[in-house]
Design a protein around this ligand. Structure first.
Ligand SMILES: NC(=O)C1=CN([C@@H]2O[C@H](COP(=O)(O)OP(=O)(O)OC[C@H]3O[C@@H](n4cnc5c(N)ncnc54)[C@H](OP(=O)(O)O)[C@@H]3O)[C@@H](O)[C@H]2O)[C@@H](O)CC1
Ligand SMILES: [K+]
Length: 498
């Protein structure tokens, strides 16, 4: 598990640590770690051409000191100064080690960057604000087209450290070397996409840091959460999931939601819906117990003996659907509400019920649905995803999973989790229905809502990567990737444990 802290917290922790250390010690630690990673990326250090892009603050200082280390080992190091000032100590160290320093020149910058074997982006770190100004933006553009790998110092310049937002230009790094703790923006798109592989350099900040602001999970963290049936398990102990998805218009939503649950593993799925949908579900998944229920007229809407309920995908927003959701939310069962159920909640009638439930509740909106839940615009949510998912969890007093290129999971009073798995190909119709089924199965198996959401999002992304094999995927293909993803994640855990 990787923990990230916001800039404000990093600054406080750094100040506390610096007060106990000789001046410049922290920057030396950071720069030494940076130089080690840079050296590993070069076939050999001696004779390699390293170009440093140097901003006016301490981020540039890190790059200059690391450049001095590489220069002392025989690299040909050139610093390009992006601003009219640069870290004095770093400049002196680079000069003393034989490195060359030049101001940014529009007509020579391209040749300099295109001749490099390695480009080090030390323009902006946690002190960056807003979109990159010139010439930083020009250098970011040249670095993106130059053939050499790009190493970002602390974070790619132009990425907001706290949110991952990018306004205008930003550096696209192959590797980011970050110091002391991860920054949230390294795990949230578009920042995560700009960061490449992320290395953390320990500069001794750990004891000064409070609990994390954001968490990112890896296979090894997910493996122990996946339910494993034992010899004692029967279908009821393994969990019965009630699925209230699909309608005459959207039959596929029921098939995909049920499929997601079955492929993840659950004791039993009990499906209830209109008769033509029941037929379709049973034709694809004969192991399901299915009841003909017309949610628009029936009074028998009680999910009965279930361990968890998934409600909403393709279900509809008619008065009967509102009644059905009402009954489900009034129960004391763990509930996952998605799609149409979110539209009903956003309309206001049932939001109080969500807020006051004591049983686990998970909402799984995409940006448009979250915007409706918060009475704002989709663009607002897309621009500041972390802020909005946190706000929704707080205001609705439940767990909220915001789907997107980085799926975020928030629960009141807990650090937000950023999901690191997946592929842009996941943005396909029905993919969210499968996710609901996966998470529903995990909730029915007894995982708390937040853990089920974290685990389910990870699994969903891994399944997509395994299923696509270089070609576009449909939501149905995703289903076949789920068991393989589970096997990979479990296998990873066994290797770690050996
Ligand atoms: N603190 C510590 O103990 C340690 C810190 N460490 C390192 O220090 C880094 C933080 O250094 P920092 O605070 O000096 O800020 P930094 O990221 O260099 O940026 C400031 C410069 O950027 C400029 N600038 C801002 N926005 C801009 C824009 N949009 N477009 C263009 N320019 C823009 C701004 O210019 P100004 O706006 O002031 O004119 C100023 O010149 C941190 O990330 C880590 O690498 C490590 O050594 C470990 C120990
Ligand atoms: K940087």
């Amino acid at each position: 598990m990787r923990s990230a802290h916001t800039v404000g917290i990093v600054r406080e922790a750094e100040a506390a640590l610096m007060a106990r250390l000789p001046q410049g010690a922290l920057m030396r630690r950071a720069a030494t770690g940076l130089a080690v990673v840079c050296a590993r990326l070069l076939p050999r250090v001696y004779g390699s051409r390293v170009v440093l892009l140097v901003g006016g603050g301490d981020n540039g200082g890190d790059a200059l000191y690391a450049g001095a280390d590489l220069s002392a080992r025989g690299a040909d190091v050139r610093a390009v100064l992006a601003g009219d000032r640069a870290h004095e100590g770093g400049l002196a160290a680079l000069r003393a080690a034989g490195g060359r320093i030049a101001d940014f020149q529009e007509d020579t910058a391209e040749d300099t960057l295109f001749d490099a074997d390695l480009i080090v982006d030390g323009m902006l770190g946690i002190g960056g604000r807003g979109g990159l100004r010139a010439p930083h933006a020009v250098l970011a553009g040249l670095a993106a087209t130059a053939p050499a790998p790009v190493v970002a110092v602390d974070l790619p310049s132009g990425v907001d450290a706290d949110t991952g937002e990018v306004t205008g230009h930003a550096v696209r790094a192959d590797v980011t070397v970050t110091f002391g703790t991860y920054k949230p923006g390294l795990f949230i798109d578009p920042g995560a996409d700009r960061a490449g592989r992320v290395h953390l350099v320990d500069i001794g900040l750990g004891p000064e840091l409070p609990g994390p602001s954001l968490l990112s999970f890896e296979d090894a963290d997910i493996a122990p959460l996946l339910p494993v049936p034992d010899a004692e398990s029967d279908k009821y102990r393994r969990g019965l999931l009630a699925v209230r998805a699909g309608s005459a218009h959207y039959r596929g939503a029921a098939v995909l939601t049920v499929g997601g649950a079955l492929r993840t593993g659950v004791g039993m799925v009990r499906y209830a819906g209109p008769s033509p949908v029941v037929d379709q579900v049973l034709a694809r998944w004969p192991e399901v117990v299915a009841d003909d229920v017309d949610p628009l007229s029936s009074t028998d809407l009680d999910p009965g003996r279930a361990a968890a309920v998934v409600i909403g995908p393709g279900r509809g927003v008619l008065p009967g659907n509102v009644d059905e959701l009402h009954v489900v939310l009034e129960s004391d069962l763990p509930v996952l509400a998605d799609a149409d159920a979110l539209t009903i909640i956003a309309a206001g009638t049932l939001s109080d019920l969500v807020r006051t439930r004591t049983a686990p509740t998970l909402l799984t909106p995409h940006a448009g649905e979250l915007a409706r839940l918060l009475d704002t615009d989709r663009e607002e949510v897309e621009a500041r995803r972390l802020e909005h998912v946190t706000r929704a969890a707080r205001e609705l007093n439940c767990t909220v999973l915001l789907k997107g290129s980085t799926t975020l999971i928030a629960h009141p009073g807990s650090p937000v989790a950023a999901n690191g798995t997946g592929t842009p190909l996941l943005a396909t119709a029905g993919s969210g229905d499968v996710l609901s089924g996966i998470i529903g199965a995990l909730m029915a198996s007894g995982l708390p809502a937040t853990e089920a959401a974290v685990c389910g999002a990870h699994l969903h992304g891994r399944a997509a990567v395994l299923a696509h094999d270089g070609a576009p995927i449909s939501a149905s293909d995703l289903l076949s990737g789920i068991p393989r993803a589970i096997a990979r994640i479990r296998g990873h855990n066994r290797t770690k444990g050996m």
